[in-house]
Ligand binder design. Structure first.
Ligand SMILES: Nc1ncnc2c1ncn2[C@@H]1O[C@H](COP(=O)(O)OP(=O)(O)OP(=O)(O)O)[C@@H](O)[C@H]1O
Ligand SMILES: [Mg+2]
Length: 240
């Protein structure tokens, strides 16, 4: 019987704001003290098999009591499963909603995580079917939103907030990613919306900021995961 203490969804309706990067580094950061799993719930554009350099890995299947199960791939002491391990070529890019939900449902149901303190779920962008499937099939303990300080990202992330609230998933707070970028010519800070009065995400807690850095773009490891130290502490304080 699987026992997963905390399931944390890393989410934002906005694409490309760093959900997968943060999910990977959060998993590594938490794995220093806890038993951690990482589920890539992005069916159309999975990332974790690439981030962890596991492109040629295939989860082993086995049977328990007549039920087919999959062993997650273990990398850096983290149990990982991703649609990226399952797909031949890029079939999923043309899938419709129901196929997507089924694939996600299956990967959620058959992965044998055993005992975990944390399962980190890397969510796809948008607020569609996969949100409903994740909410129904894995019932996250809580969600963490990821945004940049740009108004377009804040506005989209606010939509994820509303979707999660409707689904009854508590939101721990948001992470402000890729801050501190400066103009290469005049050195002015480009986080133009940080101080502007905006109406988005006002009612949820900021769990911390992560500056734009090359270290976050390479394979996740303990060094890059250090950028999340403060955030990890804020998160564990809120849920443990
Ligand atoms: N703090 C950071 N500093 C520098 N680069 C970053 C940072 N965070 C993310 N990136 C880079 O930004 C790009 C997008 O990141 P990532 O794929 O994690 O975003 P995402 O929100 O998961 O995207 P998608 O919506 O497509 O799933 C990647 O190239 C990643 O390396
Ligand atoms: Mg992603």
């Amino acid at each position: 019987m699987m026992n997963i203490k905390h399931i944390l969804a890393i989410a934002s309706a906005k694409g490309g704001v760093g959900k997968s990067t943060i999910a990977a580094n959060m998993a590594i950061s938490l794995s220093e003290e806890y038993k951690v799993g990482l589920l890539d719930a992005d069916i159309y554009g999975p990332s974790q098999h690439l981030l962890f350099n596991l492109e040629n890995s295939k989860p082993e299947s086995f049977e328990i009591n007549g039920q087919k199960k999959l062993k997650p791939i273990i990398s850096q002491n983290i149990k990982i499963n991703s649609m990226g391990f399952m797909m031949l070529s890029n079939q999923a890019v043309i899938w419709r909603g129901p196929m997507l939900s089924n694939a996600l449902k299956q990967i959620i149901q058959v992965t044998d995580w055993e005992d975990l303190d944390f399962l980190i779920v890397d969510m796809p962008p948008g607020t569609g079917d996969s949100y409903l499937t994740v909410a129904k099939e894995i019932k996250p303990t809580a969600a963490i939103l990821v945004t940049t300080s740009h108004i377009l990202s804040l506005s989209d992330t606010d939509k994820s907030k509303i979707a999660l609230q409707k689904l009854g998933i508590p939101i721990l707070g948001y992470i402000n990613n890729m801050t501190g970028e400066r103009c290469p010519k005049c050195n002015e800070l480009l986080d133009t919306y940080t101080d502007r009065d905006n109406k988005f995400l006002k009612d949820i807690k900021c769990l911390g900021t992560i500056s734009r850095s090359i270290a976050l773009q390479s394979l996740p490891n303990f060094k890059s995961a250090r950028a999340l130290k403060e955030i990890k502490e804020n998160v564990t304080k809120l849920i443990l």
